[in-house]
Design a protein around this ligand. Structure first.
Ligand code: HEM
Length: 424
């Protein structure tokens, strides 16, 4: 029997993922920036490096930190392996987030794609959860206190908070049992669920007829192999090489072994949760860890289900008007959030000024309204000034939310020093 030609083997394999022919416009780089594919590549890298790390890592509070030191010092390429795993994980959070942003702004979440938007949101949650559970495993001062801060915040969720925090920690505080629980989540359950969801995610992309494209009369089609497959291979090679180089020169952080009675100053959450930690410095925990995140999540889930008179799937920012609204809203939100933080930290601290009020009002409802009223005014202004339709208004609101979270993340990560005081 004749052996299949290599190029046929590649073709056959890739056709499980792609159709035989593809619209030439779908493979233009600025359609997707390859972000979904890069996320899948990073997940694969994490899976492979994670499997290897398992041979050395010991999931016990007494030995976890030493096992990482052993990996770094005594095992050939051990440090490189750890760095690769760590930096791929951090990059995956950024890439999955950028992919979400591109899907939203390229209007690729409506009609036949809305179910996939929901799977995507679930995947985003899992990417962050996988990152967070892995964060604890080195059992150093950084990870121990970051996880302590974040799990304590869960307790503020009304009714269920303590049970949920206890369930995640497997106890009242972060300890031996938490480490074991996080280890099983990180190396077992979460990757398994992610593989399952990614399979559905990819299948739904195909079912929707590939990536969303603006309507054209006669789409020009080309063979998927080599046109798309070669592009994918180049991008994969560049990402792997860049990660390798970065991991050779930059070590993943590792502080002293965790000391459950001595917290570092400042104690900070992982960078992707810094926006939450910053938010919690300005509003009551019930608002910061429950009401506001719940409202934002519900809004993101609901976006593709609202009724829009006019939809243009695949058109970036919907229209030139939408692009202007994105820019103006993002700038407004960054400046207003920054001013809000400064005012609340220096001139008007709600909790001190209104000490005799119930805290849920003085530090919860009041600052939330203080933020929400001008922002809503701005959305009304946008609606009038740009004669925005419904979809353009949603674009404005999402830009405000994303820009506010990014601004708070930057403030929390870069401008907070000892005692979480602002430093410039
Ligand atoms: C591990 C995380 C993820 C992986 C591996 C992944 C992978 C992919 C891939 C390969 C595509 C097709 C091409 C592309 O857009 O690059 C895609 C499309 C899509 N993704 Fe994701 N994705 C992930 C997370 C997300 C997130 C966080 C969202 C948003 C909430 C999302 C929503 C979508 C939607 C709606 C499409 C269809 C877009 C279109 O048709 O143009 N995905 N994803």
């Amino acid at each position: 029997m004749k052996k299949p030609h290599t190029s046929n083997a590649v073709k056959n394999f890739t056709l499980h993922l792609h159709p035989l022919k593809i619209n030439i416009r779908a493979i233009a780089f600025n359609r997707t920036f390859g972000l979904g594919g890069i996320a899948a590549l990073l997940f694969t890298l994490l899976f492979i490096t994670g499997m290897m790390l398992r041979f050395v890592y010991i999931p016990s509070a007494g030995q976890a930190h030493d096992s990482i030191l052993n990996l770094k010092k005594n095992i050939i390429f051990g440090n490189l392996l750890r760095n690769l795993h760590y930096w791929s994980a951090m990059l995956l959070v950024v890439v999955a987030f950028l992919h979400l942003v591109r899907v939203f702004y390229s209007q690729s979440l409506f009609k036949e794609r809305r179910q996939n938007w929901l799977y995507g949101l679930l995947l985003m949650f899992l990417v962050v959860s996988a990152n967070f559970t892995g964060y604890l495993l080195p059992w150093d001062q950084l990870s121990y206190w970051a996880v302590t801060i974040m799990t304590n915040l869960l307790s503020y969720i009304p009714f269920l908070g303590d049970t949920l925090a206890g369930l995640i920690r497997d106890g009242d505080t972060v300890g031996e049992a938490t480490l074991l629980r996080f280890y099983h989540f990180h190396t077992g359950l979460l990757p398994l669920v992610m593989v399952f969801l990614m399979t559905i995610h990819f299948w739904l992309v195909r079912k929707a007829g590939g990536v969303a494209l603006p309507n054209v009369e006669k789409p020009q089609k080309v063979d998927t192999h080599p046109h798309l497959t070669y592009k994918e291979a180049y991008v994969a090679l560049i990402i792997i090489l860049a990660l390798l180089l970065f991991s050779i020169f930059v070590d993943a952080p590792l502080l002293d072994k965790a000391k459950p009675i001595v917290s570092p100053n400042p104690s900070k959450a992982p960078w992707y949760f810094m926006g939450f930690q910053e938010l919690l410095m300005h509003v009551h925990p019930v608002f910061g860890s429950f009401i506001i995140p719940l409202a934002v999540t519900t809004f993101f889930i609901a976006i593709p289900f609202f009724k829009y008179p006019e939809l243009k799937p695949g058109v970036w920012f919907h229209s030139p008007n939408g692009k202007k609204i994105t820019i103006v809203s993002a700038i407004f939100s960054a400046i207003f959030t920054f001013i809000f933080v400064i005012i609340n930290d220096t001139v008007f601290d709600f909790s001190n000024r209104l000490a005799d009020w119930q805290s849920i009002l003085s530090t919860g409802l009041l600052p939330t309204l203080f933020y929400l009223i001008p922002t809503s005014g701005f959305v009304v202004f946008i609606g009038k000034r740009y004669k925005a339709n419904r979809i353009e208004l949603i674009i404005g609101i999402v830009s405000i939310i994303l820009s506010a979270y990014i601004t708070m993340t930057l403030i929390g990560s870069l401008l907070r020093g000892e005692g979480m005081q602002l430093i410039f």
